[in-house]
Design a protein around this ligand. Sequence first.
Ligand code: G1P
Length: 288
Amino acid sequence: MSSIKKAIFPIAGLGTRFLPATKSIPKEMLIVLDRPVIEWAVIEASKAGIEEMIFVISSNKNSVIEHFDRSEILENALKKKKKIDQIGLVQSQNQLGSFSFVIQDEPKGLGHAVWCARKFIGTNENFAVILPDDIILSKIPAIKQLMRVHLKTNGGSVLGLESVPKKEVSKYGVIKIKKRYENYFSISNLVEKPMYSQAPSNLTVVGRYLLNSKVFNYLSLQKKGYGNEIQLTDSLVQLTDKPGLYGIEFNGKRFDCGSKFGFIEANINFGLNDGDIKSNLKGMLRKL
Ligand code: G1P
């Protein structure tokens, strides 16, 4: 069993939940604290030992590519002004890993987006999928917590999970529990965005996945599911055979940065975690 070195970031979406902010700015480029949402997701992957970052993009996302490239003009200008600390700040993105890009030319769903990156993944290889809308504040990177379950289960596929109030299950993929272990579950089935009354549990899938390349067999069939889209959730049932499909309620706080509330919540929590602004921010919040 080899360690997981590649992550797919599906970021071709239009960001229609966050208009007008995302009319010309990709939603992944909205700023939480002092860096774009996508950088937080890539930092998480990099800290977990992932080396190859594969972005599934659409053609209007050039600013994402630029953000992970070096900017010699900026570096030279900062050098001239002797702003040495800031040079490191703008070079760090490029050092988080190697970057590849593949275009998803039609918005056919998350399963289709992941399938677009299939050429980057080998036969019987395990890889990560990270949805950067969900950013996670945690001591141990969330994807690393999934990797630990992958090792414990001798190479099982693993999903990040969160339990939500039952009335909210219809916004997510929902798992059916096969067995409960100390801090993780084995999964026998999943449903994408079920109605409250038909949900198999209140354990929902967060945007963190460790998957085996077997999922591409199903995704290649291009079968449409919920919302007439090719759903990643539907392909995951392929992974329930040995070594199996598992899920973990990771330690950490997740914020849905694709929504107004989640985005503000993320900014406040990342701010409270930042040494420079923490005490001012606390003071400001107390006065509200
Ligand atoms: C996607 C997945 C869903 C998952 C969610 C997590 O849905 O399809 O299974 O629970 O991400 O954020 P979306 O938010 O793209 O509708």
